[in-house]
Design a protein around this ligand. Structure first.
Ligand SMILES: Cc1cc2nc3c(=O)[nH]c(=O)nc-3n(C[C@H](O)[C@H](O)[C@H](O)COP(=O)(O)OP(=O)(O)OC[C@H]3O[C@@H](n4cnc5c(N)ncnc54)[C@H](O)[C@@H]3O)c2cc1C
Length: 430
C-alpha cells in the first residue's frame, strides 16, 4: 500500500484544495478496511473531478487508484464485477475488447466508478437513468469496518438509499455492473435557432435515444446532439476525429478562450464564430462510448441542476432571457441534458423525469454573480443541484426539494454514528 503524509489535494477545476495529514492508496479490501477502522476523519477521493468541496479533508484521504481491478465477467448474465476505484475509461476499454459496453455514459470518462456513482453522475436520454442505475450490487464498508452487501432488487429499499451516497455512508468496495452488448450510435449534430429548439423540444427528446443541447450564450443558436442506437457500422473518419475533436476542439478552442479573456466583450463574437462550426450537420456513426464522451474540456467552473421535465420550456426561455438582459459575458457552452426519473434518495432525478441545465464559464471573474443569478432561477423552478458541481449550500432548501433527505440523514447517523465520513461539506448540508 502506498501512503504519504502532508498530501496536497487539488481538484480538476483547481477551485478546491486541502492538505491531508494522511493519504492512503490501499491495494486490497483488507488494507482498506484497516484504514477505515483505525481512522477518525476520512474522505475518499476518486479522480477529483468534482467542483464542489465534497472531497476535502485535512485528516485522512483515501484514493483507490490501486484498487481498480476487474474481478469477474459473466458474459451470460452480462455482469461485470470490479473494484470500485476503476476509472470509467478503463471500463470502456475493457468492455470494448469483450464486445460489451456500458448502457449510458456522461461527457467524459476520466472519473472513478465509485466517485461518479457517489455524486449521482448522469448522461443523457429521457429513457435512461443516472449512471448508478447500471449497478446490480455493491458492497459498502461502514465506519466500524462492517461490510454491507446491497443488491438492487433483493435489498431494494436500502440500495436505493445508498447509491447516491456523497461518500458519507462508508466506502464502496466492490461493484457488480449490468452491462450490454457493444453498440454504435448514429450521431446527428446540428445547430438550429434557440426558439425553434425550445418549441420542438418534446419531439427531439422523445424521438432520440440520447438527446442533449449546447447553447452558446449571446447567440440565438442551439446545438442539438441526437444520438440514436444503430446496428449500422461505424463510419466516422479518423482525420475528422483528429482535426475536429483534437485540433479544433482542444487547441483552437483554447486559443479563442484566451482571446476572450484579453477582452471579455469579444466573447459574443467568438461564440458566434464557434457556432458556425455546426452550420453543416455532423452525421456519423461511431462506437457508443466514443460518441458519449467529448474531448477533455479546458478548466472551467460549473453548476448544474435537475428540474422537472414539465418545466423545461419555461426554464430555458427564462434562462436565455436572464443571460441576455444581464451583464454576464460567458465564454463557454451552457449544457442541457435529460434523464429518466429514479428512486435513489439523493438523486437529483428522484421521482421525476428531468431536464438538466448547466451554467458553465471558463472564467473566475464574476463567477459568483453568475452562479447567484442562476441559483435564483433554479430555486424558483425547484431545481436540485448536482452534488459534484458548485452550488451555495442552503440546508433548508435542499431538505425541501429532496423528499427523502431526512430519511437519508437518519441512515447516515446509523451507518456512521461518530461522523467519521463527515467533512465540512457534509456537515453543512445535513
Ligand atoms: C470535465 C468534467 C466533465 C464532467 N462530466 C460530467 C457529466 O457528463 N455528467 C455528470 O453528471 N457529471 C460530470 N462531471 C462531474 C463528475 O462526474 C462528478 O463530480 C464525479 O463525482 C467525479 O468523479 P471522481 O472519481 O473524480 O470523484 P471525486 O470528485 O474524487 O469524488 C466525488 C465523491 O465520491 C466519493 N467517493 C469516491 N470514491 C468513493 C468510494 N469508493 N466510496 C464512497 N465514496 C467515494 C468522494 O468521497 C466524494 O464524495 C464532470 C466533471 C468534470 C471535471
Amino acid at each position: 500500500m502506498k501512503q504519504q503524509s502532508g498530501y496536497r489535494f487539488l481538484n480538476w477545476a483547481q477551485n478546491e484544495t486541502c492538505t491531508a495529514k494522511n493519504f492512503f492508496q490501499p491495494e486490497t479490501e483488507e488494507e482498506l478496511t484497516e484504514i477505515i477502522k483505525s481512522g477518525s476523519k476520512i474522505r475518499l477521493v476518486g479522480t477529483g473531478h468534482s467542483w464542489s468541496s465534497i472531497c476535502l479533508n485535512n485528516d485522512t484521504l483515501i484514493n483507490l487508484d490501486f484498487y481498480s481491478k476487474v474481478l469477474a465477467l459473466d458474459k451470460e448474465k452480462l455482469q461485470l464485477k470490479v473494484q470500485s476505484g476503476i476509472k470509467l475509461w478503463q471500463l470502456n476499454e475493457y468492455l470494448d475488447k469483450e464486445g460489451l459496453a456500458l448502457k449510458n455514459l456522461g461527457s467524459i470518462a476520466r472519473q472513478s466508478l465509485a466517485g461518479a456513482i457517489s455524486t449521482g453522475t448522469h448522461g443523457t436520454g429521457i429513457d435512461y437513468r443516472i449512471l448508478g442505475s447500471q449497478i446490480e450490487e455493491f458492497t459498502l464498508i461502514k465506519a466500524d469496518g462492517e461490510k454491507v452487501k446491497l443488491h438492487g432488487e433483493l435489498d431494494k429499499e436500502l440500495f436505493n438509499m445508498c447509491v447516491v451516497n456523497l461518500g458519507c455512508l462508508g466506502v464502496i468496495s466492490e461493484i457488480i455492473l449490468n452491462v450490454v452488448p457493444a453498440f454504435n450510435l448514429h450521431d446527428y449534430t446540428m445547430a438550429i435557432p434557440f426558439d425553434e429548439a425550445v418549441e420542438r423540444l418534446d419531439e427531439f427528446i422523445n424521438n432520440t435515444d440520447h438527446f442533449k443541447m449546447w447553447w452558446f450564450p449571446h447567440t440565438d443558436k442551439m446545438v442539438l446532439y441526437r444520438y440514436n442506437r444503430t446496428h449500422e457500422k461505424a463510419n466516422d473518419s479518423r482525420f475528422r476525429q483528429w482535426f475536429m475533436d483534437e485540433f479544433v476542439s482542444v487547441n483552437v478552442y483554447r486559443l479563442l478562450l484566451k482571446a476572450g479573456n484579453i477582452n471579455r466583450r469579444w466573447r459574443k463574437t467568438i461564440n458566434a464564430l464557434l457556432i458556425k462550426n455546426f452550420d453543416k450537420p455532423l452525421d456519423r456513426i461511431e462506437k457508443s462510448y466514443k460518441v458519449f464522451n467529448v474531448p477533455e474540456p479546458p478548466i472551467h467552473r460549473e453548476t448544474e441542476w435537475a428540474f422537472d421535465i414539465s418545466d423545461a420550456k419555461d426554464l430555458l426561455r427564462e434562462y436565455k432571457q436572464l443571460i441576455s438582459s444581464s451583464s454576464h459575458l460567458i465564454n463557454f457552452i451552457q449544457e442541457i441534458r435529460f434523464t429518466k426519473a429514479d428512486d435513489f434518495a439523493l438523486s437529483a432525478c428522484y421521482g421525476r423525469d428531468s431536464i438538466w441545465l448547466g451554467a458553465y464559464n471558463a472564467d473566475n471573474f464574476e463567477w459568483n454573480e453568475l452562479m447567484s443569478d442562476f441559483e435564483t432561477l433554479a430555486k424558483k423552478y425547484k431545481g436540485r443541484p448536482h452534488w459534484g458541481k458548485e452550488f451555495t449550500i442552503d440546508k433548508e432548501y435542499l431538505q425541501s426539494v429532496y423528499p427523502k433527505y431526512e430519511e437519508f440523514n437518519v441512515l447516515k447517523k446509523q451507518f456512521d454514528p461518530l461522523e467519521k465520513f463527515t467533512n465540512n461539506f457534509i456537515s453543512k448540508i445535513f
